[in-house]
Design a protein. Sequence first.
Length: 164
Amino acid sequence: MSMRKLHVTPLGWAAYAVAAMVVVLDQASKFWILDVFRLPDRGTVTILPVFDLTMVWNRGVSFGLFRAEVDIARWGLAAFSVAVAIAFAVWVRDSRRLLPSVAFGLAIGGALGNVVDRVRFGAVADFLDFTHLGFPWVFNVADSGITVGMALVLLDSLIAPKKS
């Protein structure tokens, strides 16, 4: 039985690097919010007229959808997020175009950043609050990576050259 060599294109490696950067930025921002700035002790802090820091522990999927209050749901969401990140990582390893590489890297990093929170805290730490702009959710860097990544995937599907 022969072992097949795992091949990853340079843009696949770039996607993994983007994912790693998102995880590091997400966890660094959460460390600062929770342990240095101590936002949970402060409540809401106004930064700009349209931007607050507001501590919310999210037990649901992104932006608090489908709340998971019981432990089995917490671990189920964590497992699902890891499975999606692995599927994206396998898919993007053969990437030959920059936009989908960046897009999937952002989504992978966001998914894994939130998994770290679910494992550590049982919930995801959200704190970026733009409700004054009419945006009804409080979110974090990982959520931003997922959202921007999936928006870029949609954009890429519209502008990518079509195969005949």
